[in-house]
Design a protein around this ligand. Structure first.
Ligand code: ADP
Length: 659
């Protein structure tokens, strides 16, 4: 496909997004909304009479083209194979796998789309339909709805009922099962993983073993971060005590031959400061103290990581662990793998919680709706865990709660990284059951998103680009790249066209480099996707970017001076891995998108939902992005996964033990 056609394709996709087809989908799938009435089994149209052969068709998917190859014999669809796609790992990729199999199984195009991956599902069906049309198929016959008995109303009972199958819900399920409880988990969409599966995929934890490889010599610029944090006037006794603890540890480090300082206390202090001291310090400390143990727990279930750490985007310090798998798929696969085959575990997909059942002030269950609108009633012997995530993708809610001085406009035109099913539901169910909501005004815009779709998966993995800078369309730097995400996003929105390019030197052979979602960079460049560009020299880069070559040369030279000396520059950057040099270079366009809401249900360190007076809402636990006490005004990049595993585990354990 030519570049212009591709741009049109992406534009079309954007139009579909704006029309609300992608991010906010119908909560329940009973087939495509346009599908005609269901006819009884046996009355479906015959679909024979194909011209035998293999036919190919291409259509627009969520992120780029989807190509489908269909092989037919005279009276049968023999195979449907997606031969090329760039659908989002763990979301669209599931549709790419399941829809072709369903078409062959049912010998029909009227198979259900996956809720949560409707655009990808429809794309596969559309391409398959085009291919079948070439084969001479009777499309009307192939689109006759498949007969199915609607699901009946149902009641379930378990020790622990969990709402939401993202990172926090799955972690909670495993922990509850480990304590011997029976568990029912309900998930609103056809997919597990929520926003956790489309995450950037890196995890923060102080990890002496891996951090030992980070640098051969101490960096004064990095050490200055600790000195600065310790020089601050404490705002409370708890703050002073934490500073004291870090001071003692830092002195020990200075007297040692270690080249990088880190401890759970320093991680906690940085996290708390990174959210302007608005988070609950006690909750932050539990996160920091447990992050490494939670990380090892994930590893024990098969999540894979390289042997070193890096300085993740917005992570504020080199303690990030990048999953070896695309986006957040490695984490979710590890968690779902651990649940597989457990006879005490029941998982209900396409089942949406609508309210909590409260008796005498205590939460004892959940009212939900199944995919056919059938009532699903769940009773919890010990406790209910809400793990339904945040509301950054819900335009109405984010405008209502978060628009203000910091983010004056959070309307439709601000894209989101969020998946369709995560719309803030649980926050308000908890509130209706008596819980207090805190920090609802704080939202995070992530700097590294696709300007058209808001997605993150087409950005380049920082693990294989060791050095990058942000430049505007004029080829100038404008902010430190290792700072807070809110500062970076605000600075990008102030640039011409409110966008930037990430600009990096290539440290690996080009052919080996991929996006976060696993797409080869060569494919991105060749097809002009996400304005990816590759240049051998600065001059060539300037020509592609349409900026003045001398400006770009000066930008690179000034950066390289600081990078060689590892000294803070005019923007305050302290982290360097190498220079940009003379090329080759890779660059790609980015714009901030709504990513994470820091506010939500007030909880204590045991994950109990709290009322405004500080008392516990009996029977109700909350974990993950639904909670509002951890991150304050700005979530530190790489802390969300550590949070959902750590507090998901605590919630699962406590609910199982009725604690
Ligand atoms: P976290 O990181 O906190 O686990 P995620 O965004 O990863 O949050 O996951 C939240 C999950 O909850 C998503 O899979 C989403 O579809 C699911 N969910 C949201 N609202 C409901 C609801 N009302 N009923 C059932 N599941 C829900």
């Amino acid at each position: 496909m030519k570049k212009t056609t591709r741009i049109l394709a992406v534009l079309l996709c954007v139009l579909m997004l704006v029309a609300g087809c992608a991010q906010v989908e119908e909560p329940q799938a009973t087939g495509d909304p346009s599908a005609p009435e269901v006819t009884p089994a046996g009355e479906q149209g015959g679909a024979a009479g194909y011209t035998p052969g293999t036919y190919t068709a291409t259509t627009i998917g969520m992120n780029a083209d989807v190509t489908v190859e269909v092989t037919v014999s005279e009276d049968k669809i023999e195979s449907v194979v997606v031969t090329n796609h760039m659908e989002t790992p763990g979301i669209g990729s599931v549709a790419v796998e399941k829809i072709p199999a369903a078409i062959v199984e049912e010998q029909s195009l009227a198979v259900d789309s996956l809720t949560g991956a409707t655009i990808s599902s429809m794309a596969v069906k559309r391409a398959a339909s085009d291919a079948l049309e070439q084969a001479g198929a009777d499309l009307d016959a192939l689109n006759v709805p498949i007969a199915r008995t609607p699901d009946p109303d149902a009641d379930y009972e378990a020790d622990v009922v969990i709402v939401g199958g993202g990172g926090a819900g799955l972690s909670a399920a495993i922990a509850a099962l480990e304590e011997g409880a029976t568990v029912v988990l309900i998930e609103k969409t056809s997919l597990l993983g929520g926003n956790s599966i489309v995450a950037g995929g890196f995890y923060n934890a102080p990890d002496p073993e891996r951090q030992a490889h980070y640098q051969e010599e101490r960096s004064e610029a990095l050490d200055s971060l600790i000195v600065e944090a310790l020089a601050e006037e404490p705002v409370s006794e708890e703050h002073a005590a934490l500073q004291e603890a870090v001071r003692a540890e830092f002195e020990e480090y200075l007297a040692s031959d270690s080249t990088l300082f880190d401890t759970p206390n320093w991680f906690a202090l940085q996290t708390w400061n990174g959210g302007d001291k608005v988070g609950d310090l006690e909750v932050v400390q539990v996160l920091a103290e447990n992050a490494l143990d939670s990380f090892h727990w994930l590893e024990s279930m098969g999540a894979g990581f390289p042997d070193d750490v890096f300085f993740g985007g917005g992570a504020l310090y080199p303690r990030s662990h990048q999953s070896v798998d695309p986006n957040g798929t490695g984490y979710i696969n590890a968690l779902t793998g651990a649940l597989e085959g457990n006879e005490n575990y029941t998982q209900l997909m396409d089942t949406e919680a609508v309210s909590l059942i409260v008796e005498d002030g205590a939460v004892v269950g959940v009212n939900a709706t199944g995919r056919d609108g059938n009532a699903v009633t769940l009773r919890a012997n010990n406790g209910v865990i809400l793990a339904t995530g945040g509301f950054a993708g819900n335009v109405e809610l984010r405008q209502q709660y978060c628009e203000g001085e910091k983010w004056p406009n959070l309307g439709e035109e601000v894209r989101t990284t969020n998946v369709a099913g995560v719309t803030g539901d649980g926050i308000f169910m908890a509130e209706a059951a008596g819980a207090n909501l805190v920090n609802m005004e704080h939202i995070q815009l992530l700097p590294y998103c696709n300007p058209q779709t808001g997605m993150l998966n087409d950005s380049t993995g920082t693990a294989n680009v060791k050095e990058y800078i942000f430049i505007n369309t004029e080829g100038e730097r404008f902010v430190r790249e290792d700072g807070r995400r809110d500062d970076m996003s605000k600075a990008i929105l102030d640039q011409p066209e409110s966008k930037m390019y990430m600009f990096a030197s290539l440290k690996m052979p080009f052919e080996e480099m991929t996006t976060l979602g696993g797409q080869p960079l060569s494919y991105m460049v060749e097809n002009g996707l996400s304005e990816y560009g590759y240049a051998e020299t600065i001059e060539e880069a300037a020509e592609i970017l349409g900026c003045d070559p001398q400006t770009l040369r000066d930008t690179v030279a000034t950066f390289d001076e600081h990078a060689s000396e590892k000294t803070a520059d005019e923007f305050g950057r302290v982290n360097y891995r190498g220079t940009l040099g003379e090329g080759p270079f890779i660059f790609w366009a980015r714009r901030p998108a709504a990513h994470h809401t820091m506010g939500g249900v007030e909880v204590d360190v045991q994950t109990h939902a709290l009322r405004a007076d500080g008392s516990v809402v009996e029977g109700l636990y909350c974990a993950g992005e639904i909670t509002g006490c951890t991150h304050g005004t700005n979530r530190v990049g790489g802390n969300a996964i550590a949070e959902f595993v750590t507090f998901g585990r605590i919630a699962g354990r406590n609910a199982a033990l009725d604690k």
